[in-house]
Design a protein around this ligand. Sequence first.
Ligand code: HEC
Length: 88
Amino acid sequence: MPRKLAAASITGAVLAFLAASPALAVEDGVARGQAAYATACASCHANAARIAARSASRSPEELDAFLTTHYAEDEQDRADIIAYMLSL
Ligand code: HEC
């Protein structure tokens, strides 16, 4: 799946990562998300597993909407960070 297509639809990207893509694509997203998290989030949320557990009640769509105005403006970064958080 081309990256631009994933960026076009955040929900589609997350669902595709989770459901449809080959395992390798999921691992790519998770690895990118881990790096993006380290850059954008870790300064305040050092413990990624803890923040992921605290947001576990949110759907990926809700988390995406929240992060749009919470330090992750870039759609691809959000998709990757969400994939990373869901992997924890
Ligand atoms: C400048 C500091 C800062 C940065 C950077 C930051 N956050 Fe936050 N975040 C906060 C604060 C403060 C809160 C609200 C208080 C709390 O829940 O600890 C919060 C809340 C959250 C919540 C809600 C937790 C809940 O209780 O539902 C999530 C999820 C979250 N942040 C994820 C992220 C992610 C992912 C990133 C990186 C894209 C990020 N944050 C970057 C400071 C930050």
